[in-house]
Design a protein around this ligand. Structure first.
Ligand code: HEM
Length: 417
């Protein structure tokens, strides 16, 4: 032993409690295949668990719901909270705004993105799913993410917006770079941060050109509708338009991909439930909500107190930040009986089930929920009618993404009826 080693101070490894470990593991990029065990530890620890950077994690349903429904909690600080030191800001979207700006922008977008728009997509969604499933059945073994989960939402959102077909793949890759970058910056490598910067620049340029084209030559598409949308004589500025398109593309596509992947995986892991769906394809609609609850595509959001607010006996003061764990709230036994059971009849009409938080709640409730539900319903319906057996070929790997969580590959064998 050298004299240096003999005199070196002993390394002290601090005691790490199971709860502290669960805090780290609940957002650890390499543990994305199962964050649910750490969520359980957090829920057991209490309604608020100290998290990183003076935040508090909110793992239970009751407090998560109360915070999301209370407009005194702001979402405007999230970019600063999660991406404070970034050199590139994500273009401002109303997802990160408060009234009155939020109300104005969401209202303008709502004028273009109406329930009628979504109903109008039903036939196209059905046709697209049918075509893709025919190809999948002919191939037999596929990566279901490539063959179904990506093309359905990507094609629909691109067609809705009016993105030319030859650019759909480019949109997919820009959007993936941005979605990865939604995770807190501390979890991103320098390469991933650089990729986000590049993706944001590419997105801004690509959609900036399309917006200019639609200004000159309007068409029957959502970009034109957004360019023309007007509230009391006021239209979206160019920056607001790009921010809105970014959220429609990224939030509207990366999330749905994971909903589809998670749903097919859940059916394969629960063959009895797939059998039930095949016997009654009308269960497709309630099954969508059970997939959303059971394996949420978006796992967390943040809020910052704008006033002194009391929740579950704890007082928060202005500036206090919380991380609302949506994926954990959805598995809270205080809200859902047998929360770890995948039960496609849980949300059947006539049955009372607590609402899941997968689309958020309150002011920022997901604007695209009807579109996401439509896509997944059509897919489940088609699987129920046309597929005899769905077999998982390999344990799926997960992407490191924490906020928008999902698999990177889903190898399956699909046998027709
Ligand atoms: C399964 C699919 C989807 C999931 C799980 C999902 C989830 C969410 C969640 C959790 C929020 C609220 C975030 C918060 O409160 O912090 C949200 C907001 C939003 N989502 Fe979705 N989303 C999905 C699909 C879509 C689609 C298809 C679109 C549009 C094409 C979309 C557009 C939006 C927009 C614009 C907002 C912001 C609303 C606002 O701030 O007022 N989403 N989404």
């Amino acid at each position: 032993m050298s004299s240096d080693q003999a005199t070196a101070p002993a390394v002290v490894i601090p005691d790490v409690t199971p709860v502290q470990l669960a805090v780290v593991e609940s957002v650890a990029p390499h543990l994305r295949h199962n964050p649910y065990d750490s969520y359980e530890t957090l829920r057991t620890a209490g309604p608020f668990v100290p998290g990183p950077h003076d935040t508090h994690l909110v793992p239970r349903h009751a407090e998560a719901q109360a915070i999301l429904l209370d407009p005194r909690w702001s979402h405007a600080e999230e970019p600063e909270l999660l991406h404070g030191d970034s050199e590139v800001e994500l273009p401002g979207s109303f997802l990160w705004m408060e009234p009155p700006d939020h109300t104005r922008l969401r209202g303008l977008v709502g004028k273009a993105f109406t329930a009628r728009t979504i109903i109008g997509l039903q036939a196209r969604a059905e046709q697209l799913v049918d075509e893709l499933l025919t190809r999948i059945l002919a191939a037999g073994e596929v990566d279901l993410l490539e063959a179904l989960a990506y093309p359905v939402p990507l094609t629909l959102i691109c067609e809705l917006l009016g993105v030319p077909v030859e650019a759909h793949e480019q949109v997919r890759f820009m959007s993936a770079g941005i979605a990865r970058g939604l995770d807190p910056d501390v979890l991103l490598s320098p390469e991933e941060l650089a990729a986000r910067t590049a993706a944001v620049h590419e997105f801004t340029e690509f959609f900036g050109d399309l917006v200019d084209q639609r200004r000159r030559t309007p068409r029957a598409d959502l970009i034109t509708a957004l360019v023309q949308a007007e509230e009391a004589g006021v239209r979206l500025t160019h920056t607001e338009l790009i921010g809105t398109l970014l959220i429609l593309v990224v939030a509207g596509h990366e999330t749905s991909v994971n909903l589809i992947g998670n749903g097919v995986l859940a059916l394969m892991r629960h063959p009895g439930e797939f059998q039930r769906l095949r016997q009654d394809p009308e269960l497709a609609a309630p099954a969508v909500d059970e997939v959303l609850r059971y394996d949420a595509p978006v796992h967390l959001t943040t809020r910052t107190a704008r006033a002194e607010i009391m929740v579950a006996g704890r007082t928060f003061v202005p500036g206090d930040a919380v991380i609302v764990l949506l994926g954990s709230a959805n598995r809270d036994p205080a809200a859902f009986p047998e929360p770890d059971r995948f039960d496609i009849r849980r949300y059947r009409p006539g049955r009372r089930a607590e609402r899941h938080l997968s689309f958020g709640l309150g002011l920022h409730y997901c604007l695209g929920a009807p579109l996401a539900r439509l896509e997944m319903r059509e897919i489940l319906h088609a699987l129920a009618l046309r597929v005899e057996n769905l077999t998982l070929l390999e344990e799926p790997p997960y992407r490191p993404n924490v906020v928008v969580r999902g698999m990177s590959e889903l190898l399956v064998r699909v046998e027709g009826r």
